[in-house]
Design a protein around this ligand. Structure first.
Ligand SMILES: [Zn+2]
Length: 233
């Protein structure tokens, strides 16, 4: 986690030899202040029932973009407590997902936060070309790796058709907006059919748009809004 709880219950970042407790499970934490990863906190002793038990470098990096008051926000509802990865200036919760997540957990989190969206780590499949875009030529779809062919382009949106071998099937459970982090670009998922054809459609944006959105910088409304989500199951 980026922020731990100090003795006064305040959110503090990791500093060498710092002492603090986990804001979720109250376990003792140790500061991780190396040269590679974002400085963060980790449990001193292995815990089972804490959402912070294991966090990838990817997860920490995205969360670190949020300002303190909107990063790792404790939310209590109906006697339940969750710590949202990040909250956008408009109050929407953003959950970053790297590790596998079950269908039930997706449903449970969406019901809890309600006003939320997902960002899934899709960098590896994209890099390894298990996730690739298709180009349309004379009515047929052709494989075209790492190029972003536009299949339909209007002033506001660009739609892209893709194939994704061994897609994360649990994404099908998501009813809230889903973004796939491909590295340099973010794909807003419009449609996914991983069962038969491993295919889908999305709208591609540079990752800077999501950075700016997190920081509350003004971006054109059409870039991350006004999408109509289509769910085919
Ligand atoms: Zn904990």
């Amino acid at each position: 986690m980026i922020y731990a709880k100090d003795l006064d219950g305040k959110k503090i970042t990791a500093s060498p030899n710092g002492k603090a407790t986990c804001p979720y499970c109250n376990s003792e934490l140790i500061a991780k202040c190396g040269h590679i990863n974002i400085h963060h906190w980790a449990h001193k002793v292995k815990v089972n029932e804490c959402p912070f038990k294991q966090e990838s470098a990817w997860h920490l990096k995205w969360k670190s973009l949020f300002p303190k008051e909107r990063c790792e926000v404790r939310i209590e509802k109906n006697g339940k407590v969750k710590i949202a990865d990040g909250v956008l200036p408009n109050g929407k919760v953003v959950e970053f997902q790297n590790s596998p997540i079950s269908w039930d957990e997706i449903k449970e989190r969406e019901a809890f936060y309600d006003n939320m969206c997902w960002v899934f780590n899709c960098r590896e499949p994209y890099k390894e070309e298990r996730f690739y875009f298709l180009e349309r030529k004379k009515g047929f779809w052709y494989y075209q790796s790492k190029v972003h062919p536009e299949i339909n382009h209007n002033e506001h949106q660009k739609y892209f058709c893709f194939k994704w071998k061994h897609a994360r099937k649990s994404i099908m459970a998501c009813e809230k907006p889903v973004y796939l982090d491909l590295g340099e670009d973010i794909l807003r998922l419009i449609y996914l059919e991983p069962r038969k054809y491993h295919s889908g459609v999305g709208v591609l944006r540079p990752k800077e748009d999501l950075h700016n959105y997190i920081l509350g910088k003004r971006i054109e409304k059409t870039k991350f809004q006004n999408y109509s989500v289509v769910h085919h199951r």
